[in-house]
Write a protein that binds this ligand. Structure first.
Ligand SMILES: C[S@@+](CC[C@H](N)C(=O)[O-])C[C@H]1O[C@@H](n2cnc3c(N)ncnc32)[C@H](O)[C@@H]1O
Length: 369
């Protein structure tokens, strides 16, 4: 049934020895179920490889019970969550030191000639352009979101910006990184007079600690790429959205497949694999896959755009800043995960240039009733 809804999508709903793991009840064609960019991930780096899981699942097919399969999958998920948390625990201070509190791309006019001082403004522009794209800006007072959630909040740059902009009652924000990101985000909020207005906690986006229908703005800025199960991720965003609420997903995708393609080309997968390992990205999907998922949940006003040209100056600028004295010494003090992340930055530029990586925005509205 899900074949019609999520062709080509990468999820953790892989086939395990011919059965589907119970908590991820999604059926996908083997060819299109390729966890693109993760299929040859080096186990020594993250020990999270969905491909190895599928392979192991097949090898164990005659004996593996559903419970054992589910238990093993949960162990793999825990390993991934731990890897993401440690990556951000280790690297967030370095990033903040050099780039400030927004851990996302900037939005630039295509082919703009930008200096290093423009980048913070470009990161704010990314937030504003995203709101505008989702028809949240300009906005009347009555349309202002009162309850906002920031899913995958980093050190809370967007959470605080949105809380201030809209004077929201109480914004909530979640990250996997504890203690570093959640604590630092709260510290900054308190210092900026947002105590009691924004609250940060450690929680999984795939299992959010919020009741159904709570938020009139559901915001996910560059966290979707870390999600091992895009279907569950989107389901959770939709679940916590209030009737009539908006969902904004800004994320890294792979290019859309043409109707005749079942997966990316091998050299494209090879490129994404190298990026996956360093940044803990378990499963890439396309913008079209996100649109299909939202459509399958009867969301309204679904819109998407490819903003790859608008982010082109970003990675060259990050590399330039990493090569300064401050950048090099900060990196050397950080740790191996951060250094490895820095080493694959040129591959992001290559991915964009080759058109394999797309910087996408996908938005929609939950039906009012
Ligand atoms: C690149 S940072 C983006 C931070 C922030 N949105 C910003 O724009 O500054 C990715 C964030 O996603 C979070 N994240 C990744 N997987 C997550 C998950 N399963 N649940 C909650 N947060 C997650 C990480 O902890 C990190 O805070």
């Amino acid at each position: 049934m899900a074949e019609a809804v999520t062709p080509g999508i990468c999820t953790t709903g892989w086939r395990r020895g011919g059965v589907h793991a119970p908590t991820y009840n999604i059926s996908i064609k083997p060819a299109t179920a390729l966890l693109v960019g993760c299929t040859t991930k080096t186990k020594s780096i993250t020990s999270f490889s969905t491909d190895s899981l599928r392979t192991r699942g097949r090898a164990r097919r005659p004996t593996m019970s559903l419970n054992a399969a589910a238990a093993e999958m949960e162990t793999e998920m825990e390993t991934l969550r731990k890897g993401i948390a440690e990556f951000y625990d280790e690297s967030s201070g370095v990033w903040e030191n050099i780039w400030g509190d927004h851990m996302h791309h900037g939005f630039y006019e295509p082919a703009a000639d930008v200096s290093i001082s423009d980048h913070r403004a470009a990161q704010i522009r990314m937030i504003e352009e995203s709101l505008r794209f989702a028809s949240f800006s300009p906005i009347t007072t009555t349309e202002k979101p009162k309850n906002i959630v920031d899913v995958g909040c980093g050190i809370g740059g967007s959470s605080r910006y949105l809380a201030r902009k809209y004077g929201a009652k109480l914004s909530r924000a979640i990250t996997l990184s504890s203690p570093v990101q959640a604590q630092r985000a709260q510290q900054l909020a308190d210092a900026q007079g947002l105590n009691g207005k924004v609250s940060f906690e450690v929680a999984d986006a795939l299992n959010q600690p919020f009741p159904e229908g709570k938020f009139d703005l559901v915001w996910s800025m560059e966290s979707g790429e870390h999600m091992p199960d895009k279907k569950k991720f989107v389901n959770e965003l939709v679940r916590v959205a209030a009737p009539g609420g908006r969902i904004i997903i800004v994320t890294w995708c792979h290019r859309d497949l043409s109707p005749s393609e079942e997966s990316l080309r091998q050299e494209e997968k090879d490129l994404l694999n190298k990026i996956c390992s360093a940044y803990y990205l378990p499963a890439w999907c396309s913008t079209a896959d996100y649109v299909k998922l939202l459509d399958s949940l009867s969301m309204e006003d679904i819109k998407s755009a490819d903003w790859s040209d608008h982010v082109a100056p970003f990675w060259p600028a990050v590399i330039k800043s990493a090569l300064t004295w401050k950048g090099i010494t900060s990196l050397l003090r950080s740790g191996w995960k951060t250094i490895r992340g820095a080493m694959v930055m040129p591959l992001m530029i290559e991915g964009y240039k080759k058109g394999v990586i797309k910087f996408a925005i996908i938005t929609c509205r939950k039906p009012a009733s």
